[in-house]
Unconditional design. Structure first.
Length: 144
């Protein structure tokens, strides 16, 4: 097993755990941010090497699944988000997941550049600015 395999398996397990957790209790943004940054770094390194492995599709599927669950309009996640007034947080997490998925094939992503297109706005961020931009977007979504 290679380091990439170990890292990928850890990320897959992390996203599965997060997906299971959000169906039972409110999402903690710190756990999301940490997992997101590790996933961003993983895919950025792969983009620099130029090749996705077949096994990386499992990780991509987990990201899609979490994004879908976060935006769900019924079920446990809906009730948790509604009762805890977390729609802004959940929507922001979903926006960032989708931005990551869309950025992976971009040449600039290999250097860590993440492009976020949402609501007619385009932002370019780097890992060191992630927390600040994420928190600003959450605040913005809470106002809307």
């Amino acid at each position: 097993m290679t380091i990439n395999d170990i890292q990928r398996n850890s990320l897959i397990a992390g996203w599965r755990e997060l997906s299971d957790m959000i169906t039972q209790k409110p999402l903690t943004l710190d756990s999301f941010k940490d997992l997101y940054k590790r996933t961003w770094g993983y895919f950025s390194a792969i983009a620099a090497n130029g090749t996705l492995a077949l096994e990386d599709i499992r990780l991509l599927n987990e990201l899609h699944s979490v994004s879908f669950v976060l935006c769900g309009s019924e079920g446990e996640v809906f009730e948790i988000a509604k009762s805890n007034k977390l729609w802004g947080e959940y929507f922001t997490c979903s926006v960032f997941i989708n931005a990551l998925l869309k950025s992976i094939p971009d040449k600039e992503f290999a250097s860590g550049e993440l492009v976020i297109r949402s609501g007619g706005e385009t932002s370019v961020i780097y890992p060191e600015g992630f927390d600040m931009v994420f928190d600003e977007r959450v605040k913005k979504e809470k106002i809307i």
